[in-house]
Design a protein around this ligand. Structure first.
Ligand SMILES: NC(=O)c1ccc[n+]([C@@H]2O[C@H](COP(=O)([O-])OP(=O)(O)OC[C@H]3O[C@@H](n4cnc5c(N)ncnc54)[C@H](O)[C@@H]3O)[C@@H](O)[C@H]2O)c1
Length: 376
């Protein structure tokens, strides 16, 4: 593989010169010496970082089509971190996936070391450092929520087990496919060998949506809005906690005097943004979801700015008196390697009622898939 990678990254003439360096006419050329030296330095620098291997399920889907190119270009792990992609699809989508792989090839991404496309979970999760579980079965007409939970539950049981069997020892998993909190709960419980703090479900798109709504209302740039936590489920019950959010370091409730808007239209807009996008675009959000995946992984791997936090669902330890063991979105901070639920965030009566409602929904989802979870 090393030889294949090396050949992928060096222009053909450079490869020839290096491999034929025993020829006298080239050895004594000063120009050759100089270029060989720089090539050697470049190759050494490249190999100093081991590629991060990332599995993406549902890789031929809408989100996959926006996500893979961001990962391969360096947006997720940085501009000097090589990456390798394991792309997982169901058999009927393998032809489409072949086309996506051709397009990745055609980008000639300098950081992308290799691509494996497969319908086999064991092969797909082999040696991966990150698993991004995007693929899931969408709800169809006439299907009850419980049916959807059951169908996806079986998929995520198999994926959790395959991750435990095959992934690298530092594996971290982010579940995106809906219902993502409960799909993640099932996968996590199917892989008891993997520490619970390595499992996440995505609520970052909701946080990003909320920040933009607040910035628009206040007439500021979105980067001025910080500390906006999403609590609970990635669903229409989620609670975007504007009470603790800030604009330029001041409470949002001081900068935006229209509290009726914050308590009403703001929350509803964030909760129903997914449906509004489907109504406008005729398809569900994909590029913004892919962007939120990149943001989530970056936020989990880069130290959180001082005083700030970000949103992701994690296995609850009972913080804020919420149900232990459920995948609940909380305000989270990290030093870049380990994360923590931010403690001491004020929760007033309004927030408590909203948080209780969304956690109650997560408990109901849990109960609906109880047969897929360990007893007790
Ligand atoms: N958490 C979030 O914030 C968020 C945001 C947007 C979308 N989503 C969810 O992400 C999921 C994917 O969205 P999309 O727009 O890419 O959907 P899509 O239908 O375009 O693509 C889904 C892909 O998953 C594949 N797939 C289905 N079952 C699979 C399995 N068992 N293994 C591997 N691949 C499988 C399908 O073949 C398809 O290519 C959906 O469940 C959607 O609801 C979550």
């Amino acid at each position: 593989m090393r030889r294949a990678v090396r050949e992928r990254f060096l222009p053909p003439e450079a490869t020839q010169v290096v491999w034929s360096s025993n020829r006298g006419d080239r050895i004594f050329s000063p120009i050759f010496h100089q270029s060989a030296f720089f090539l050697l330095v470049a190759v050494l620098l490249f190999f100093m970082k081991t590629p991060i291997r990332v599995a993406v399920t549902g890789a031929a889907g809408q989100i996959g089509y926006s996500l893979l190119f961001r990962i391969a270009s360096g947006s997720m792990f940085g501009p000097d971190q090589p990456v390798a992609l394991n792309l997982i699809e169901i058999e009927p989508a393998m032809k489409a996936l072949e086309g996506v792989v051709m397009e990745l090839d055609d980008c000639a991404f300098p950081l992308l070391t290799d691509i494996r496309a497969t319908a086999s979970l064991d092969e797909g999760f082999s040696s991966v450092n990150w698993a991004l579980l995007v693929g899931s079965v969408p709800r169809k007409a006439g299907m009850e929520r419980k049916d959807l939970l059951g169908i996806n539950g079986k998929i995520f049981t198999g994926q959790g087990q395959a991750i435990a069997r095959n992934a690298a020892s530092d594996i971290r998993t982010l579940v995106v496919g809906n219902p993502c909190n409960t799909n993640c709960l099932i996968a996590m419980n199917s892989a008891p060998e993997i520490p619970k703090e390595r499992w996440f479900a995505m609520t970052r798109l909701d946080e990003n949506r909320g920040k933009t709504q607040i910035a628009r209302k206040a007439g500021v740039h979105v980067t001025d809005v910080t500390n906006l936590a999403i609590w609970g489920n990635h669903s229409s019950t989620q609670y975007p906690d504007f009470y603790n959010a800030q604009i330029g370091g001041k409470p949002v409730t001081e900068v935006i005097s229209d509290h009726d808007w914050l308590q009403g239209e703001f929350i509803e807009t964030v909760q129903k943004r997914g449906a509004a996008i489907i109504a406008a675009r005729g398809a569900s959000s994909a590029a913004s979801a892919a962007n939120a995946i990149v943001d989530t992984v970056r936020s989990l791997t880069v130290p959180t700015p001082s005083g700030d936090w970000f949103s992701v669902a994690v296995c609850s330890d009972g913080s804020y008196d919420l149900n232990r063991g459920l995948m609940i979105s909380y305000p989270i901070r990290t030093d870049g390697s380990s994360w923590e639920i931010v403690q001491g965030v004020p929760v007033n009566d309004f927030s408590r009622a909203k948080i209780s409602a969304t956690v109650q929904e997560l408990q109901e989802e849990h109960d609906a898939v109880a047969d897929l979870l360990p007893k007790g």
